[in-house]
Ligand binder design. Structure first.
Ligand code: WTA
Length: 632
């Protein structure tokens, strides 16, 4: 790939060019794609509104940049290698031509079921090739996909459907997840009881379990595609037409629908993929994320396929049927680039080195990390035992909102530094600011991480609520995108991400808004008030700690705690279930009634050495009760 950086000096050179003249830089990258009509202007932007457009008035279809672009040379090349949850089930290898035909056929099925350009389609599916087909078919037809992680509860699913007024849900009868079988269709059935916009549900037969199919609404995937042609002419899209909406948690109660558009996202997904992983066509690349998260969008589906690559998709979990499953798969397919989350590494670290021993892992060239800060211990374990000390480890910092990797080493090019995401990709202009928004220049500085110039795959809006986008990301500091993360630039000029500075906690690499969890807890009839904070957790990175004021009549403390956990599981999903629930007589509040979370965070992390001045609290006495109740 001509836009692939090869050396460290090449990186600095490209970076310089991208900052001095971003238009020329991105126009050059953009030109390597297939556009039906060239753009008029490379970027137009105003962070005040915010209003950001890339490749203005360009016309294209992102799937033509996967299929029409590569079919003549890569028709028989594997696009997706699929490894099932159960190693005894047959795997699947889907070539570019097969993926093209499956996508077209599904486009025709979507059209026959009434989907048109601009309609919203929810994808609530297991990790099977059809999930990628579903995304690509939406993109080819011009429908806007919104993938919802299939571990979310029916009420979380319904909220997302209603927020974007989706017309259709694509799902399966059930999902396999390790030793468990999850009745997904039943979750959808429950959700769509309260979603008036849903007209049709298409159901993939995955587990063969008994499901109820509602006449006139539900249709099997195999019936929907039967008799459909494998030809479909891609819909012409404007650069700024919506490609997808992906819901993510923030500090406000409700998840936000982050909007990504077609042209810029395409250009950045491929550019960042090829450069960070130093992907060379022919390599086998594996990212262990789920397509329900942005990592699955950009680095399982779009990035690798836009690069003409081979992407491995794994349906299962790292520890099923044994703790060596990841490494077994690496050897089985001779994986060259492996991309996972620190939480998975820490979970496997617990099992020691024995599960790794049967495997050589010598196909690996690059290993990567994403989703949360990787602690030094996990970094070294990953680097030494998986990378065998000779694979560059790319610690990639980015967000749902950024669409692609923003700060990362380029594999084998940027020197590795444990726990440092390191340097920005070309075109990315991060700055560290103090609380007033003053830029902290030079090295050895620490503050809030902002980005001061637009990049092609950045968030355009939050679906249906542009004010929210403005308030959350563009109002904290004038003329800057605020990430919500703290960062430090060390003495070498390398960036280290310090974690969220807002009320978002990162549980096993998944973002959870504390307000969202509190809202769920407060649904329990016995709960009077709650406050949720994060605390250090050995495997998950952060755990969820809930302080709850309850009416205890008719309950024991244990039964109430269990009920509260269950309420959260039902309302959001298992990933949001609090690890700790402490029943408290009150919550520490300022005189203006604001909860002093700083104190709660300290107690949750068992560090009460320096609680600061509590005398200004409305109710200083509750602090002692809380400390006592926590057993400290
Ligand atoms: C955190 C995931 C440290 C960060 C792609 C960010 C990281 C949030 C890293 C976004 C990393 C992600 N080092 N922290 N390499 N990668 N984060 O939207 O707090 O699910 O703001 O996107 O994860 O999470 P999201």
């Amino acid at each position: 790939m001509s836009n692939k950086i090869q050396t460290l000096s090449g990186y600095f050179h490209e970076y310089q060019k991208s900052v001095l003249d971003p238009e020329t830089f991105w126009a050059r990258i953009g030109e390597s794609f297939y556009w039906r009509k060239q753009w008029d202007e490379t970027v137009s932007w105003d962070f005040e509104k915010p209003d950001v457009k890339w490749f203005v008035n360009g016309k294209l279809n992102i799937t033509e940049n996967i299929f029409e672009r590569y079919l003549h040379t890569k028709g028989d090349t594997p696009a997706i290698i699929w490894e099932p949850n159960d190693p005894n089930e047959a795997n699947r290898i889907v070539t570019y031509r097969e993926l093209f035909e499956m996508t077209n056929q599904f486009c025709n099925a979507l059209k026959a079921q009434g989907i048109e350009k601009g309609d919203r389609v929810i994808i609530y599916m297991p990790m099977v090739p059809e999930a990628a087909v579903a995304m690509l078919a939406c993109a080819r037809l011009g429908a806007i996909h919104s993938v919802v992680f299939a571990g979310f509860s029916s009420s979380a699913l319904a909220d997302r459907i209603n927020d974007c007024e989706a017309k259709m849900v694509l799902t399966s009868d059930g999902n396999y997840r390790g030793a468990k079988q999850i009745p997904v269709k039943a979750v959808v059935d429950e959700a769509v009881e309260s979603t008036p916009s849903i007209e049709k549900v298409i159901v993939l037969n995955r587990t063969g379990e008994e499901v109820t199919m509602k006449e006139g609404r539900d249709i099997w995937w195999h019936d929907a595609i039967a008799n459909q042609s494998t030809d479909f002419a891609a819909t012409e899209m404007d650069s700024e037409d919506l490609l997808f909406i992906l819901y993510t948690s923030g500090s406000t109660g409700k998840p936000k629908g982050v909007v990504h558009t077609t042209g810029g996202y395409m250009v950045y997904a491929e550019y960042s993929f090829s450069n960070v992983f130093q992907y060379t066509p022919g390599d086998i690349y594996w990212c262990t994320a789920d397509i329900g998260w942005i990592t699955g969008h950009s680095y399982i589906v779009y990035g690798p396929l836009l690069a003409g690559g081979t992407t491995l998709m794994f349906e299962g979990v790292p520890t099923f049927p044994h703790a060596g499953r990841f490494w077994e798969i690496v050897d089985k397919y001779k994986v060259n680039q492996f991309y996972t989350a620190p939480t998975a590494i820490r979970a496997l670290q617990v099992h020691g080195l024995e599960p790794i021993q049967p495997y050589s892992l010598n196909s690996l060239k690059v290993i990567g990390s994403v989703g949360e800060p990787i602690n030094e211990e996990a970094w070294h374990w990953y680097h030494d035992h998986i990378g065998k000390g000779n694979c560059p480890l790319v610690d990639t910092w980015w967000q749902t909102e950024t669409g692609g990797i923003m700060i990362s080493a380029l594999a084998g090019i940027t020197p590795n530094k444990p726990a440092h995401a390191s340097l920005p990709l070309p075109g990315i202009q991060p700055i560290i600011v103090d609380a007033e928004g003053n830029e902290l220049k030079g090295n050895n500085v620490e503050g809030n991480l902002c980005i001061k110039f637009p990049w092609p795959s950045m968030i355009r809006t939050t679906y249906g609520d542009h004010e929210k986008c403005k308030n959350v990301y563009f109002s904290a500091y004038k003329n800057m995108y605020f990430t919500g993360d703290g960062a430090k630039r060390d003495h070498d000029g390398y960036l280290r991400i310090l974690g969220r500075v807002d009320d978002v906690i990162n549980v096993s690499g998944h973002r959870m808004g504390t307000a969202e969890v509190e809202n769920a807890i407060n649904e329990h009839p016995k709960v009077v008030e709650s406050a949720v904070v994060g605390y250090p957790h050995d495997v998950k990175g952060q755990g969820i700690y809930a302080y709850v004021i309850c009416d205890m009549t008719g309950r024991t403390e244990d039964s109430l705690k269990a009920e509260i956990k269950d309420t959260v599981r039902k309302i959001i999903g298992p990933i949001a279930k609090p690890d700790m629930v402490q029943i408290v007589p009150g919550l520490p509040k300022t005189r203006s009634g604001k909860i002093m979370r700083r104190i709660l965070r300290k107690v949750a992390s068992k560090d009460i050495s320096n609680l600061g001045d509590t005398s200004t609290l409305l109710n200083p006495e509750v602090v002692d009760d809380i400390i006592k109740g926590a057993g400290l």
